[in-house]
Design a protein around this ligand. Structure first.
Ligand SMILES: C[S@@+](CC[C@H](N)C(=O)[O-])C[C@H]1O[C@@H](n2cnc3c(N)ncnc32)[C@H](O)[C@@H]1O
Length: 246
């Protein structure tokens, strides 16, 4: 078995896997439900599941060119929340394809509405655990850039093992990126930033674009409500940027 196959999710001592999210209430407002029902078929990937409702069957594959109806560089945002960042970026870069991965259904419903209102043909959404999307759904080498902005910090010591960027994640991410592809990360939790740097510096598949430093703020990341709040609360935003070997 490759590292990518064994890396995620880790097993809990009870043999339950450890996920980087706790599934919030799936309840939607009437407007969100309407977006889900009317826009879902247009933009949401129809995922073949394994056991859990946010899982991806190990045999399920998607051809990005077929999904978007064209061949273009693919940007994947993991944990896209309400879609503020991905929709702004997709509007700015009509020449790229964008796939937003999220498990928070109300966030996805809001993203659907944003895409439709902006009239964007270059965004698709997937309701699933991103690790399984990277491992199974997307072909190896298919992603140009992988974006992870403000992942859940799991800041209590007993929870840090739930963080998305932990040992093993580098292999999963690198496998889905094209050779010479890039992973951009940002977090407002300093100790998570150090963890990201430690994990990814140790991943043989990746090279830091700013060794021993933080990357400059990625100016392709729209300033979201989330980032603004973190900055207002006095938390410094750390950016990181890594590339895979050509
Ligand atoms: C703190 S929020 C940040 C959302 C957004 N990036 C922003 O900046 O506003 C993190 C998001 O990542 C999602 N998430 C966490 N782990 C995930 C996973 N393994 N797969 C898909 N989504 C995940 C959560 O549901 C949550 O909406």
């Amino acid at each position: 078995m490759s590292d990518a196959e064994t890396a995620q999710p880790e097993q809990h001592p009870s043999h339950r896997p450890i996920f980087s999210f706790s599934r919030r209430s799936g309840r939607l407002t009437e407007g969100q439900l309407n977006s889900w029902n009317t826009l879902g078929p247009k933009y949401l990937v129809d995922v073949e599941r394994a056991e859990l409702d946010f899982s991806v069957s190990p045999s399920f594959r998607v051809d990005p060119a077929e999904l978007f109806g064209r061949d273009a560089p693919l940007i994947v945002e993991v944990g896209s929340g309400t879609g503020e960042a991905v929709v702004a970026a997709a509007a700015e870069h009509p020449e790229w394809n964008f796939l937003a991965v999220e498990v928070f259904v109300a966030g996805l419903a809001r993203t659907l509405r944003r895409i439709e209102d902006a009239g964007l043909p270059n965004v698709r959404l997937v309701e699933a655990n991103a690790v399984e999307v990277l491992e199974h759904m997307l072909p190896a080498g298919s992603i140009e850039e992988l974006w992870i902005f403000f992942p859940d910090p799991w800041h209590k010591a007993k929870h840090t093992k739930r963080r998305l960027v932990r040992e093993g994640f580098g292999a999963v991410a690198a496998n889905a990126l094209r050779p010479g592809g890039r992973m951009r990360l940002a977090t407002d939790w300093e100790d998570y930033a150090f963890q990201m740097r430690e994990v990814l510096d140790a991943a043989p598949e990746f090279t830091s674009e700013h060794p021993s430093e933080w990357a400059p703020r990625f100016d392709g990341r729209t300033l979201t409500v989330f980032e603004r709040k973190a900055a207002k609360a006095g938390r410094r935003i750390h950016d990181l940027s890594y590339v895979t070997a050509e």
